[in-house]
Design a protein around this ligand. Structure first.
Ligand code: 9MJ
Length: 781
């Protein structure tokens, strides 16, 4: 390469790298992958090292950070860096707007509004477009020169874009640590036994105040510009919003959320919109800032001490607070899971006062090493349960002792146990444990389960405590007089004054209403019933999938667990949990009792034929998770044994004959030696034939009235779900497709059908309404 070639290549690389930075940090529209960026940067670095005379201070390679500089020099700000007054309530915002309106003698003034980042205010000085100095805010009048550290922040341009910038331009903004960088930093600190950062703000401050800029470079910060300081040899627009736009054009990152609004309604609407987004943002914000948009208006308003009268910060409730742990207790859930939680000195966080926070599980307590008396950071974001996020180790008292899981359930005294390898400890008391019982009944009665209106927490506690309800099935034997008796005994126990005649009538009405609500809940769907049983890991969507695929509680309750894996999205852990639940005689008894006491499931239907799709002996064996039985080994076994139950009594050497290595054969024989496993294999044969009795035809051999036809469902059906319709159409031989083409046999269009219906009409494809579909299904099923 000639010298000119090198210079051209260097210029080209710098242009590409600057452009990539601008796209990433300012436009939020990355142009090239990180790896490509790194490759270009390396090439540039090599060229510059070979030709040091071509190195310039604004080259992208010069962001790596220099060696320790001794101490920070003081920087006097030519124009002071302001602080902002705060508003915490809507009334304070309205007061602010009123003050502005009075002073300007004008209604509904225009504001430029933006999120308030929780980082560190800094000032960047550009001379002829080139970054020459970066300083912290300090006390507003004098800050510290942190140029070397700020040069490592990739979001800060070393050279401005375009050429119409003022000769001297001071840009003010916030340097902050993105949440992802904060998390990554702390994870590494934990792994390496280093000091963790309390929050991203401290991360930003620590990074900027590093005397060794090479360390700053390892704590990646970002930056948003939100204003200007000194401007010489050039002019800015007349409004704040237009200035932000100019800064953006010059390559400085400006919040994409900044807007122009007017009046206090405009301000409060913006506050709420950003508040709703807060948890989804990749950085911490602690409020929003309102600034009069017009600079002439700003000048008219002036200042009080160091804060402008033309701007205010409207703060969100803090999401994190520090407090002190008073005790660590455990809670026993409906599946017996024992969850540790802390009782702490009350703190105001996220807009409410909290005294409890969850610790999730024993492993988490060990990881955080939370001890009674510790100062901790609690976090409450949105609707989630407050949690302990960190302990401040330097504020620990010397006598604090590590916490350990109690041996016995604090409610029923049964042993607390943990399965090998599991994170969760459980109370082994099952339904003898009042806590498990209470939680199970509460879940059963809840709105999205059996939906028993009026059966609140306190009633459940009383019914359970006084022995009226021992299992969920007992709800359906309750009578009006039982409820009145319970109420009488509770009043007695709580020493409530004896009721008047009127109170007696009220109680009697209450009891009748509750009995009626319980009676109403008897008519239910399979999906609700399965969810209501409170099986671990079976949330609404799993319950729905089970209902859809197996169709009938009598089928489900007798299935060996590996068959639950036949349902898409149900994995081994969930399948085992369902199997475990159904293996308990007590639970089967509860199901028997519920059905005997009038609970009626309205939507029973045959299992989906799809359950048999691709189900052969090898797949079944793989699903069983037998040690060492891979798909290859399972196929070898299937080829020889044909039926799963044929394995049960086979001697070990037959497995070797089938082609298994000796060790694998031994592992299989050992697995089969376990009586439970052998029984499971035996049951699978039976369960498959049960599925077959109900659905004699496998889908590949379906011969139905819709054989070979392609059907598309669109819009909302009212009598059945789309998934339901799909299963039933498929059972009659149809292929249900997602889009309409000339090959489509017919389209079923429900309410509010849109583009697919239009397409069908355009192509002249037959269209059925829901009534026609139901009539057809009725005739052919
Ligand atoms: C923050 N922290 O995001 C100001 N700020 O304006 C925004 N801070 C500010 N503006 C004048 N967006 C002084 C401070």
């Amino acid at each position: 390469m000639t010298m000119t070639d090198v210079a051209t290549r260097i210029a080209e690389l710098r242009r590409q790298l600057d452009d990539a930075n601008y796209r990433y940090h300012v436009l939020d529209d990355p142009a090239i992958p990180d790896a490509d960026y790194d490759r270009l940067l390396r090439e540039l670095d090599e060229l510059e090292q070979a030709h040091p005379e071509l190195l310039t201070p604004d080259s992208p390679t010069q962001r790596v950070g220099g060696a320790p500089s001794g101490a920070f020099a003081a920087v006097r700000h030519a124009i002071p860096m302001l602080s902002l007054g705060n508003a915490f309530t809507e009334v304070e915002v309205a007061d602010f707007v009123r003050r502005v309106e009075q002073k300007l003698d004008r209604e509904n003034p225009t504001f430029s509004v933006e999120p308030k980042l929780d980082g560190l205010a800094i000032s960047l000085r550009y001379e002829h477009g080139r970054l020459v100095q970066g300083a912290t805010r300090g006390d507003g009048a004098t800050g510290e020169d942190v140029t070397a550290n700020l040069r490592t922040v990739k979001a800060i341009p070393l050279q401005l874009r375009g050429d119409d910038w003022p000769d001297v331009l001071e840009v003010r903004g916030e340097a902050y640590m993105p949440l992802a960088a904060f998390k990554a930093y702390n994870e590494r600190a934990l792994a390496e036994g280093g000091k963790v950062l309390a929050n991203p703000r401290n991360g930003a401050a620590g990074s900027l105040r590093q005397l060794d800029a090479r360390i700053s470079a390892r704590r990646p910060l970002a930056f948003y510009a939100y204003g200007t300081g000194l401007v010489e040899g050039g002019k800015l627009p007349d409004t704040h919003s237009a200035t932000l736009q100019r800064l953006r054009e010059w390559g400085l990152p400006v919040s994409a959320e900044s807007r122009v609004v007017s009046g206090s309604d405009g301000l409060l609407g913006y506050y709420r919109r950003i508040g709703d987004k807060r948890d989804a943002l990749p950085f911490d914000i602690d409020g929003v800032v309102y600034k009069l948009d017009d600079y002439a208006d700003q000048r008219e308003m002036g200042f009080v001490s160091r804060a402008p009268r033309w701007a205010i910060a409207h703060k969100f409730p803090a999401q994190e607070q520090t407090t002190v742990v008073e005790t660590i207790e455990v809670n026993v859930g409906r599946t017996g899971a024992v969850t540790p939680w802390v009782l702490m000195r009350p703190v105001h966080v996220g807009g409410v006062t909290v005294t409890r926070a969850t610790l999730h599980n024993a492993d988490q307590v060990a990881r955080l090493d939370v001890r009674v008396g510790d100062t901790v950071i609690v976090r409450r974001a949105g609707d989630v349960i407050p949690e302990v996020v960190r302990v401040m180790p330097d504020q620990r008292t010397p006598d604090a002792v590590p916490w350990s899981m109690p041996r016995q359930c604090p409610v029923c005294g049964s042993e607390i146990v943990r399965e090998e390898g599991a994170a969760v400890w459980r109370c082994s008391g099952e339904l003898t444990c009042a806590s498990q019982r209470r939680e199970a009944i509460g879940h059963f009665a809840s709105r999205r389960a059996m939906d028993i209106d009026g059966l609140g927490e306190r009633h459940i506690e009383n019914l359970s405590e006084l022995g009226f309800v021992k299992s969920v099935a007992d709800l359906y034997t309750l009578e009006r007089d039982d409820l009145l008796e319970m109420k009488r005994r509770c009043d007695e126990r709580d020493d409530t004054v004896p009721g008047t005649v009127k109170a007696g009538k009220v109680a009697s009405r209450w009891a009748e209403n509750l009995i009626a609500a319980i009676a109403r809940s008897r008519d239910t769907t399979l999906e609700r019933f399965l969810f209501a049983l409170g099986i671990e890991h079976v949330g609404e969507s799993t319950a729905k999938a089970l209902a859809l695929w197996f169709g009938d509680i009598e089928v489900i309750r007798r299935l060996p667990w590996p068959l639950f894996k036949r349902v898409p999205d149900i994995g081994g852990e969930v399948a085992r949990a369902i199997g475990h639940f159904l293996d308990q005689p007590g639970n089967q008894q509860v199901i028997d009792d519920l059905l005997a006491r009038g609970v009626s499931i309205s939507d029973a239907h045959p299992p989906s034929p799809k359950l048999r799709e691709g189900l052969d002996m090898a797949t079944l064996l793989v699903d069983l998770d037998i040690p060492k039985i891979t798909r290859l080994r399972a196929e070898q076994l299937a080829a020889v044994f044909k039926q799963v139950d044929a394995l049960i009594d086979a001697p070990e050497h037959n497995f070797v004959t089938a082609g298994l290595p000796a060790e694998t054969a031994r592992a299989l024989a050992a697995w089969l030696d376990d009586a439970g496993n052998a029984r499971l294999l035996g049951e699978i044969g039976g369960a498959l034939s049960r599925l077959d009795v109900i659905t004699p035809a496998a889908p590949t051999t379906v011969t139905g009235p819709l054989d070979g036809q392609s059907v598309v469902l669109t819009g909302t059906l009212s009598a059945l779900t789309r998934e339901d319709a799909k299963v039933r159409l498929e059972a009659l031989g149809a292929k249900v497709a997602g889009s309409v083409s000339k090959k489509t046999s017919f389209v079923v269009a429900g309410e509010a059908a849109g583009s697919k219906l239009a397409k069908a009409e355009e192509l002249g494809v037959e269209v059925w309404d829901e009534v026609r579909l139901l009539a057809f299904l009725g005739e052919h099923e």
